[in-house]
Design a protein around this ligand. Structure first.
Ligand SMILES: NC(=O)c1ccc[n+]([C@@H]2O[C@H](COP(=O)([O-])OP(=O)(O)OC[C@H]3O[C@@H](n4cnc5c(N)ncnc54)[C@H](O)[C@@H]3O)[C@@H](O)[C@H]2O)c1
Length: 236
């Protein structure tokens, strides 16, 4: 049976790839996105599946009323919309807070009030773990690895929000977990890091693997910021 999916940030890199997968298996999809990054993925989805294969709501997650109306009847909400660059969050922390912390709160309230107890999936970040200074690293010929965390961070890894982006995403992360405790919302938090792939329009501030490739192909210079061996990445 097909389900009704609401994908916030569905015009973005992760969102459009996921929407592509959902449409391929015949699901009912609504994208909710303010198109602040690019509309190119929407055009691609229309080319792939046709103009009317999905619903598009050009809306902002800061708009509580609009997102609440849009979430009515959804079986699954995948919340990917937000301000995505650490650098931008440092320059304009209020905008970052409003899109990520308040925006996620608005999506949670929309889910709670939707009357269907939807599944809610939230795209969090490894920035919630901070500098992880107590975690030992070692260098291999082609990469750095954690010495003890061979499978990555466990759920028991202490939280230590770093940067306005880390704080705003971490606020959303904790709210999403608490809505499961308080309201029985069936929510899942993914703490992702430096994802890359097709349909990612990387820029110097965010999506740096894609940006390196774009810059290399277009003959643009690549700037390396920070110190050698710095532990902090500037990717989502
Ligand atoms: N890509 C990564 O490496 C990575 C790592 C950790 C976490 N994340 C998180 O995953 C999610 C998706 O990331 P992505 O790489 O696909 O980013 P993206 O920039 O490609 O997609 C984000 C989408 O959200 C939309 N958007 C931004 N602000 C909005 C707002 N206020 N209201 C409505 N729409 C808005 C943008 O137009 C864009 O289409 C984000 O929440 C990001 O914080 C990504």
């Amino acid at each position: 049976m097909t389900k009704k999916y609401l994908i916030t940030g569905g015009a973005g890199f992760i969102g459009s790839n996921y929407v592509h997968r959902l449409l391929k298996r015949g699901e009912n999809v609504t994208i909710y996105d303010n198109l602040s990054r690019t509309a190119r993925n929407i055009e691609w989805l229309k080319q792939e599946f046709g103009e009317s294969a999905f619903n598009l709501i050009v809306g902002d997650v800061r708009d509580a009323q609009r997102i609440t109306e849009s979430a009515q009847g959804a079986d699954v909400i995948v919340h990917l919309a937000g301000q995505v660059a650490v650098t931008t969050s440092v320059i304009n922390p209020r905008d970052d807070f409003e899109s990520n912390a308040l925006g996620t709160f608005n999506v949670l309230e929309a889910a709670r009030l939707s009357g269907k107890n939807p599944i809610l999936i939230y795209a969090s970040t490894n920035k919630v773990y901070g500098g992880m200074d107590d975690v030992e690293l070692f260098e291999e010929p082609t990469r750095w690895r954690y010495k003890d965390l061979v499978n990555g961070c466990p759920e028991t890894q202490p939280l230590d929000f770093h940067s306005p982006y880390g704080c705003s995403k971490g606020t959303g992360d904790q709210y999403v977990r608490d809505y499961a405790r308080m309201y029985g919302l069936r929510s899942v938090v993914f703490r992702q890091s430096c994802i890359y792939g097709t349909r990612q329009f990387g820029i110097e501030d965010q999506g740096w693997v894609a940006w390196f490739i774009i810059a290399a192909v277009m003959g643009k210079p690549i700037t390396i910021y920070g110190q050698t061996g710095a532990r902090y990445s500037f990717c989502g």
